[in-house]
Design a binder for this molecule. Structure first.
Ligand code: ADP
Ligand code: MG
Length: 238
């Protein structure tokens, strides 16, 4: 469960190719971080894995099966975005429960799953609060709760911490690492923050202009960058 494979994946918008043949194997339970300059295709690649963007060429496979034509809800994947929209009129419980309501799950199962998710995220004391009564970090945890409540085997995060201040980001980094161990899920995490990449990743994928510049563990990339671009991005953190 949660094994992910990209095979020669390409994406064009009109005549412009923005993802230029990306191949990557991600093992079950791995924490893989995508880094690269703005516009290099990180979000597009995640959206293709999630099923939110059509794949022009190549294949995305989950647990060995091609999922190119499967709708997002059938892929066993949840995605957390940079700007997360919570429903202001719903309390924390209902915000987290929302994806299960959409699937018309029965109340008892919803309750079990929401409680399990809120416990992991330390939100169990906040279930009756409305988003407006929460701190920024708590709100982001609710957004993550909404992603984990469906208990997918693959999580995609697109710069989920970039709207938070530095102290909160540091705290959430630790929380997300704990979450990763607690869920035993595969995670693909996009960031432009080198510290996040170096501290959280099992492996880092450096993207440049829609292609993979290098893949390796944080230490491999730090000590043996394969070119100047990677060295500039990872090898010399400021
Ligand atoms: P990143 O997340 O790394 O900043 P994106 O994946 O958002 O990069 O964008 C990669 C490239 O694709 C950029 O040049 C961007 O302008 C282009 N792009 C993204 N989405 C669209 C779209 N819907 N239509 C046309 N071009 C797009
Ligand atoms: Mg992006």
């Amino acid at each position: 469960m949660g094994q992910l494979e990209l095979a020669g994946v390409r994406k064009s918008f009109g005549t412009v190719e923005v993802i230029k043949g990306v191949s990557l194997d991600v093992a079950h339970g791995e924490f893989v971080v995508f880094v690269g300059p703005s516009g290099c295709g990180k979000s597009t690649l995640l959206r293709m894995i999630a099923g939110l963007e059509e794949i022009t060429d190549g294949e995305v496979r989950i647990d060995g099966s091609r999922v190119n034509d499967l709708p997002p809800v059938k892929r066993g994947i949840s995605m957390v975005f940079q700007s997360y929209a919570l429903y202001p009129h719903m309390n924390v419980y209902e915000n987290i429960a929302f994806p299960l309501r959409v699937e018309k799950m029965d109340n008892k199962t919803v309750e079990e799953k929401v409680h399990r998710a809120s416990k992991i995220l330390h939100l169990d004391e906040r279930l009756k609060h409305k988003p407006g009564q929460l701190s920024g970090g708590q709100r982001q945890r609710v957004a993550i709760g909404r992603a984990i409540v469906r208990e997918p085997s693959v999580f995609l995060f697109d710069e989920p911490l970039s709207n938070l201040d530095a102290a909160l980001r540091a705290e959430m980094r630790v929380e997300l690492s704990k979450l990763h161990s607690a869920l035993d899920a595969t995670m693909i995490y996009v960031t432009h923050d080198q510290v996040e990449a170096m501290t959280m990743a099992d492996r880092i994928v450096v993207l440049d202009g829609g292609q993979i510049a290098q893949v390796g563990t944080p230490l491999e990339l730090y000590h043996k960058p394969s070119n100047i671009f990677v060295a500039g991005f990872i090898g010399n953190p400021k």
